[in-house]
Design a protein around this ligand. Structure first.
Ligand SMILES: [Fe+2]
Length: 329
């Protein structure tokens, strides 16, 4: 286990210890503590996060608005929209939930918190981290789904219920999936999908784990667990999310580097024909026969040495898009 000295993370997890969290919950099951009336150890952020009016003064990106007002505006074709801050405040007053994504690009203290959580939990340096705040004026929620990242949630205002179930269909998934997509399962996910998903919706009578978040509550959502949410009134939360490379990502990075050494692997794949494999088939046969030799032996340090590589191209592209669409405040 990584040695750690993180007094404010210790503080957040009380009465549990960081060691208990790491041994019993991290990557295993949801963790939550409720501490009504607590003073969060990031007091100077609290004033920024108390309302959309305040936060938009410090947030230079477009805000994502969700809700029925958007469905009406988009004539049923979409339920979300990227809008400038001032418009977001208006939509909030009309009942929309607002998502302030990549908040750490605008508030450096959040970047420090992300780094501290990442190092404390022993995540690779190439982990894609970001902070997101959700502000909802009224009852709203997210349908059951699972994510390919882990999430730490601080409930700042209002209350929200989270529903959980272990993911027995696709443990440690490599992608996000929404329950209402079922029975459609994307090809990548089908490689390791088993069984039928949980029945929706969750309620007090089902065997979902229910976590009722109130101001002062802290929650850890492990990567891959089925979950859904419902706010019972207004709700403001701060989220720290972590897209960790998997061992598979590290291995693929090493394999790609090894194979890239030979010109034969850098050639464009070609010779495909509409009906049948054609010349591509013969070429692929040669390549398949040599691939193991070309990769060669892989050591533990080859894999751990790949921890710095950035792997989440979707999140990276999204972050760059936001950096290049900076608004004038
Ligand atoms: Fe989620």
């Amino acid at each position: 286990m990584t040695a750690m000295k993180s007094s404010y993370i210790d503080e957040i997890m009380k009465p549990y210890s960081l060691t208990t969290f790491r041994d019993e919950y991290w990557e295993k099951k949801p963790f939550f503590v409720h501490n009504r009336g607590r003073v969060w150890p990031f007091t100077d952020l609290i004033d920024l996060l108390k309302s959309p009016e305040e936060l938009t003064k410090h947030y230079g990106s477009l805000v994502t608005a969700f809700g029925s007002a958007i469905v009406d505006l988009k004539e049923g074709l979409a339920n979300r929209m990227l809008v400038p801050g001032q418009r977001a405040v208006e939509l909030y007053k009309e009942g929309c939930t607002l998502e302030f994504d990549h908040l750490d690009q605008h508030i450096p203290q959040l970047r420090d918190m992300l780094d501290e959580f990442r190092t404390t939990m022993g995540m690779p340096t190439g982990t894609f981290t970001k902070s997101v705040s959700y502000m909802s004026p009224s009852s709203s929620g997210l349908d059951m789904h699972f994510d390919a990242f882990s999430n730490f949630v601080f409930q700042l205002e209002g209350s929200k219920t989270w529903w959980f179930k272990p993911n027995e269909n696709a443990p440690f998934p490599l992608q996000h999936y929404e329950l209402d997509e079922y029975p459609y399962v994307p090809e990548d996910l089908r490689e390791y999908w088993t069984g039928t998903p949980p029945a929706a919706p969750p309620n007090e009578d089902t065997d979902y784990l229910a976590v009722h978040m109130e101001p002062g509550s802290f929650l850890y959502v492990p990567r891959g667990w089925w979950h859904g949410t419902k706010a019972s009134g207004s709700s403001i939360s701060l989220n720290l999310t972590f897209s960790q490379p998997t061992w598979l990502d590290l291995a693929l990075y090493v394999v790609r580097k090894r194979l890239s050494r030979s010109p034969i692997w850098r050639e464009a794949a070609e010779g495909f024909e509409p009906n049948g494999e054609g010349a591509a088939g013969a070429r692929a046969k040669d390549l398949a026969a040599r691939i193991i030799d070309d990769i060669g032996d892989i050591s533990a340090s080859d894999l751990t040495g790949a921890q710095t590589m950035e792997h989440d191209s979707y999140q990276i592209a999204n972050a760059v898009m936001r950096q290049t669409t900076e608004l004038q405040l």
